[in-house]
Design a protein around this ligand. Structure first.
Ligand code: C2E
Ligand code: MG
Ligand code: MG
Ligand code: MG
Length: 282
């Protein structure tokens, strides 16, 4: 199985039942079609600026509502698509939708930012930067308002062409973020080398940080480290108000999580933003 030969994918190498394996294959063969048939859509989760207490942006998250199976978890179809190099079409769809939405939201909320997750695999796709530039131009979105979130930064290590593409993306003016920081194979070396202006602390540290001293220390020291390197810090997985308040005290810049808002339709996000404009508090 491919996962066994890919050192970066070891965490997905769980024993699979035959049924799991055949569903995975059938799911993969349906994914591109699902995009064309409109079964795939994009949910938007708000990002809260902890200083101004305003919603300053959103993260685009892929959703697949299968006609028979119902909603399929993003972690499930994305991991499979990445492993089998089928992530390209989905990414283009999510990017196009997110950029279009961001351009629309910017008409009423100038400066509203949009984040899209980018599989490190796409950093080997030579046409990607050009397609992205064309998408931004087509919808009239300023490049700096688009953030590309990268996980598996280890995949970039020693990969010269991936670094070149990151440099080209920076040149284009888009913002780069390191996602799920603190998990997997993220190290201080990658933090130094990757031209990211934003670091997202993984939710596994944030969720229970008030009940677990080592999680709290991880969050605190990541904020300190990021700020010393002049990077912005985003905390993900903020599920309750006490954690949110603590993050404000800790000078974290931005927060994302269920207590602020779950991933929602563009329509719901638009309403939420209109509401917070009226009350001028998020
Ligand atoms: P991620 O980029 O780290 O996104 C955050 C995930 O945490 C999302 O799960 C979100 O729904 C969930 N989440 C947000 N706030 C909370 C919270 O307070 N508590 C808890 N328990 N969870 C929270 P989701 O949408 O299932 O996505 C899972 C992962 O799939 C994402 O993790 C991202 O790595 C990947 N993904 C999603 N959409 C895309 C995409 O379009 N392209 C790529 N390459 N990856 C994607
Ligand atoms: Mg993300
Ligand atoms: Mg994350
Ligand atoms: Mg994640």
């Amino acid at each position: 199985d491919e996962a066994a030969h890919d050192g970066l994918k070891w965490k997905y190498h769980d024993p699979e039942t035959l049924e799991d394996a055949s569903w995975k294959l059938s799911m993969l063969s349906q994914l591109d079609d699902a995009v064309d048939k409109g079964e795939v859509w994009v949910a938007y989760q708000p990002k809260l600026d902890l200083q101004t207490r305003r919603i300053v942006g959103a993260e685009a998250l892929a959703r697949w509502t299968h006609p028979e199976k119902g909603p399929i978890a993003a972690s499930e179809f994305i991991a499979a698509a990445e492993q089998h190099d089928r992530i390209g079409k989905l990414t283009d769809f999510v990017l196009e939708s997110a950029i279009k939405s961001a351009a629309a939201l910017n008409r009423k909320d100038p400066g509203f930012g949009m984040a899209v997750n980018l599989s490190a695999r796409l950093l080997g796709d030579k046409g990607f930067v050009l397609r992205l530039r064309a998408m931004l131009a087509r919808h009239g979105l300023a490049p700096h308002l688009l953030t590309l979130e990268l996980t598996e930064t280890a995949a970039l290590a020693g990969n010269g062409s991936a670094f070149d593409m990151l440099a080209a993306l920076r040149e284009l003016g888009v913002t780069i973020a390191i996602d799920d920081y603190g998990t997997g194979l993220s190290t201080l070396d990658y933090l130094k080398k990757i031209p990211a202006s934003e670091i997202k602390i993984d939710q596994s540290f944030v969720k229970g940080m008030l009940d677990n001293r080592s999680d709290l220390v991880m969050v605190q020291s990541t904020i300190a480290l990021a700020h010393s390197l002049e990077r912005k810090v985003v905390a993900e997985g903020v599920e309750d108000q006490t954690v949110l308040d603590a993050l404000v005290d800790m000078k974290c810049d931005v927060a994302q999580g269920y207590v602020i808002g779950r991933p929602m339709s563009l329509e719901s996000l638009t309403k939420r933003l209109a509401g917070s404009r009226r009350s001028s508090v998020a």
